[in-house]
Design a binder for this molecule. Structure first.
Ligand SMILES: NC(=O)c1ccc[n+]([C@@H]2O[C@H](COP(=O)([O-])OP(=O)(O)OC[C@H]3O[C@@H](n4cnc5c(N)ncnc54)[C@H](O)[C@@H]3O)[C@@H](O)[C@H]2O)c1
Ligand SMILES: O=C/C=C/C=C(\O)C(=O)O
Length: 486
């Protein structure tokens, strides 16, 4: 049985308590590894190592050298592409075709983009007039924030963890990562790549465990942590904010969503269907940017629903490695029970089930997996819980609209504000509507098309702050202003 240990101060270590938990394969429900559960002792060791590294070789490296090392980390991920791909697919059950195009390549990209950005983003300088006429110079300088606590979710484990670790290290910080208890493997594997790349010990640390009363909560309360960057559920964000408040630690939150798509009658139907099938069902609907509410202009509504139904029913559940697999399972039995409870709720709330609504028949070898049918509903009221609450599964509700103003009001009628998609050939309308949608990211005639230099994050209950490009540098550094009297 594989054993997954913490990575602290450049070494793999077990838990002082000896406590361990199971890592489960979501395609079969079988145990694939035993994982050490970190507690206060492991968090203390990791944060001490991270603090010490700031004062050691890492803290005195030149910017050029630090960025060169981060490119070597990216090289290391690419050199061990198959190992990362196998680990990610084993932990999540997602199709290899998905992880090989999205998750693992972005693991490397998240180091490269910030190793380059940090060298090319200027800080401001002002020449200031003074009464004596000699003037003064005011210029800003960036310094690392210190030790960053990184808490990441299970849906895109390597991508979302490195989306935080990349910029944090590029800015000269050190990190303590608490990956999701559901998906420990790629965070652990990255420790080997860090050592091989020559990243000094203590710069990258990983402590496995859960949230409350476990590694996650201890990390958010540790006095040696200077800031917390978290990706996960909105309710968890609230708990972390309370824990971080004690030490007045800065937070960056990427939280939940209930993202809308608006499809106008003039949209390219083929493109709108292709994009919406991905945004509703990719990663078995476990993407925070995914679409769970779809609004279609009435003349196109019936045709759109029919095409979406056909696309959903063409998805093939199966093991990650099979090329024919286009739909993986949900991450856990607990999460599947949650999504199935919404499937039942939808019918109680009066939904018309266009397709799905249950669990597919799977071959005996996969019968223990957390499989679920992609599901499409129509006919629900705008205040139905299924239309308002994040489900985080392969399901969506489709509703017709008649006027542009109505579509904007419906799309914005949510407590969240993470992402939105808009499909129309009328570019004036695209600009007009996109700028009125209350979402951090709006895609027009596309979805999940990512430029890592752009601001990324949500408003309302979808998050605090933006990361991406210069926005990550804003969070992972402290700015000082120096005023020189000339
Ligand atoms: N906005 C984004 O970019 C984004 C991206 C991916 C996922 N998400 C959201 O994440 C959720 C799914 O992921 P999840 O189920 O892993 O989320 P989650 O909030 O249950 O857990 C996320 C991480 O937080 C840890 N955690 C839980 N409680 C904690 C606590 N009290 N203190 C410290 N750590 C704690 C977990 O162990 C895990 O590592 C969905 O709501 C999804 O929308 C958002
Ligand atoms: O499930 C949510 C996906 C988030 C994706 C990113 O954070 C990204 O593409 O940088």
């Amino acid at each position: 049985m594989k054993e997954i240990r913490h990575f602290i101060d450049g070494e793999y270590v077990g838990s002082a308590s000896g406590r361990q938990f199971d890592d489960i394969d979501p395609t079969t429900g079988t145990v694939i590894a035993r994982v050490h559960e970190g507690g206060a002792a492991e968090i203390a060791r990791a944060t001490a190592a991270a603090r010490a590294a700031l004062k050691g070789e890492w803290g005195s490296l030149s910017l050029e050298r630090r960025c060169a090392l981060l490119h070597k980390v990216a090289d290391g991920i690419e050199a061990r592409f198959e190992a990362f791909l196998a680990a990610e697919c084993e932990d999540t059950g997602k199709p290899r075709s998905l992880a090989s195009h999205i998750d693992i390549p972005r693991g490397a990209a998240n180091f490269r983009i910030f190793a380059d950005a940090v060298k090319n983003v200027p800080t401001e300088c002002f020449r200031t007039d003074t009464p004596d006429g000699a003037g003064a110079l005011n210029y800003a300088v960036r310094r690392p924030k210190g030790v960053i606590g990184v808490i990441s979710p299970w849906n895109l484990p390597l991508l979302l963890m490195t989306w935080k670790v990349g910029p944090a290290l590029a800015c000269g910080n050190t990190v303590v990562v608490k990956p999701s208890e559901e998906t420990p493997q790629t965070a652990a594997l990255l420790g080997e790549v860090m050592n091989a790349a020559g990243i000094p010990r203590g710069v990258y640390n990983v402590v496995h465990g859960f949230g409350p009363d476990s590694a996650g909560e201890y990390l958010t309360r540790d006095e040696r942590v200077d800031a917390i960057t978290f990706t996960g559920e909105t309710t968890t964000g609230t708990a972390i904010m309370k824990a971080a408040a004690g030490g007045l630690r800065d937070v960056s939150f990427e939280l939940g969503g209930k993202n809308p798509a608006i499809v106008f009658a003039d949209a390219d139907l083929d493109k709108a269907i292709e994009g919406t099938l991905r945004s509703a069902f990719a990663n078995c609907g476990q993407v925070c940017l995914g679409t769970e509410r779809i609004y279609v202009e009435r003349p196109l509504f019936e045709a759109f629903v029919a095409r979406l139904k056909a696309g959903a029913e063409a998805l093939r559940p199966g093991p990650s490695h099979e090329a024919s697999t286009t739909l993986g399972p949900l991450i856990s039995k607990t999460h599947r029970d949650k999504v199935l409870s919404y499937y039942r709720l939808a019918e109680q709330e009066g939904a018309r089930v266009i397709t799905g609504g249950g669990v597919p028949d799977m071959p005996a070898a996969l019968a223990g997996g957390f499989w679920i049918q992609p599901t499409i509903w129509t006919g629900l009221a705008d205040d139905a819980r299924v239309v308002r609450e994040e489900i985080f599964g392969p399901c969506c509700h489709v509703r017709p609209f008649d006027r542009e103003e109505e579509a904007i009001a419906l799309a914005n009628d949510t407590d969240y504000g993470l992402a939105a998609a808009l499909w129309t050939r009328d570019l004036e309308r695209a600009h007009r509507v996109a700028q009125r949608l209350e979402a951090g990211i709006v895609w027009v005639n596309s979805w999940f098309l990512r430029d890592l230099r752009t601001p990324f994050g949500g408003m309302k209950r979808s998050g605090i702050g933006r990361e991406g490009g210069v926005h990550s540098l804003e969070f992972y550094t402290e700015l000082s202003n120096v005023c020189i009297k000339l």
